[in-house]
Design a protein around this ligand. Sequence first.
Ligand code: PMV
Length: 290
Amino acid sequence: MATWSAPGKVFLFGEHAVVYGKPGIAMSIKPRVMVTVRHSRYFQRPNSPYIAECFKLLDIKGSVYVRSQLPSASGLGSSAAVTVATLFAINDEFQLGYSRAEVAELAHEVEKITQGGRASATDTYVSTFGGMVLIRGEEKRRLIPPQNLSIVIGNSMVSHNTSEMVRRVAEFREHSPAVANPIMDAIGAITMEAMHNMENHKELGNLMNRNHALLEALGVSHPALSNLVLAARSAGAYGAKLSGAGGGGCIWALCSKGSRNRVANALEDCDAKTIITTIDTEGARKEADL
Ligand code: PMV
């Protein structure tokens, strides 16, 4: 039996644009997914298509048990975390000998297959290695994370579907490239500007607000998400934006230590479920077996 865990993530900047080769920054956060894999003659088809694809890709039969503190389908990278933890657990239990970098690549492969071909390596990479990561096309760079990040997540509880949102953006880009492409370029420019302002929380917050406005222009926000980002900003957050594919799911707010409880209360007043957290610098790790 082998048990591995992997962290969730928030997109600091660049979701959607990253699918088209623009830079994106993501970081892993504290809630984790734990997956136990065991040798077994009987293969029960897993409920999750991501887990099923992991077993299929590695041509392995076994039993699997998942415990997650991450809400699923909410933009916090739970599918990537499940995929990464499952692959590490299979790798360990069946002594397959893949390196960390190889598992990250396999996890990206699983996400691509399961999401109909379109998935950046962001979620799977950050969940594998932890910390903060810049993704641009094939380039993946681990960044030195800023100090004292107070993050409040607001889950709108509106479920979303990543593949569907990615498909909608692709359609928008096909029909209106003259509108969609400059939005993507501007999101990419914001990400690069953020790289030079990592220790300046106030400026990062401003850039988050601009990024959120551009995601609204791309058509991937939702009234519940717009409501939450406004509530977080009014309660004193430096900035707030949706995280991930949008259309539902979560927003995250960058806060000072002194304002995080106030921001969380404001989000709860809007019926959101909240998590107060910070960066998780550890990626996938082996856990004690049950
Ligand atoms: O909603 P999530 O956590 O699966 O994030 C999706 C992020 C996108 O940029 C929209 C897609 C991708 O593969 O990067």
